[in-house]
Structures are given as structure tokens and as C-alpha cells.
Write a new protein. Sequence first.
Length: 77
Amino acid sequence: MEEMTKSVEMLQCVLGVGAVSVPKKNVGRYSPVEDAAVLARIEALLSLDMRVYSFGRSLFEQRQKATHFMHQFYKHC
């Protein structure tokens, strides 16, 4: 979500679509968890999710670096 604008721009380019509006839903405040035991449990439960997220983030960054290629071959970039 932290790169939503760039993600939408990349999809527009690759899919060849015009302007896309992405509504901001479920935007709110949260209270950080400060209990070390609770944080450790959350980290343990989400360890696989974090690995998947890291992979996706790396892939996204690689594609961002290749935007010059996209500009050459996709007309909507």
C-alpha cells in the first residue's frame, strides 16, 4: 500500500488504460502494540507473510527500475 500510486501508474502503462482513480478506503489510525510478548507472537504468526511481502517488494522494486523499458514499448506510459 505504501507504493500505491506507483503501482497504479505501472498497471496503467502495462495494461494500456487511461487515468484510474483509486479510492482511499479503510484509512484510519492504529495504536502500536508495545507488549514484547505480543509482538513476538505476532511476528511468529506472520513470518511467512513477511517473506512473501519481502519477495513482492523486491519484485516491485526491480520492475520500477525497468520503467525505461516500459516507456519504450508501451504507448500509455
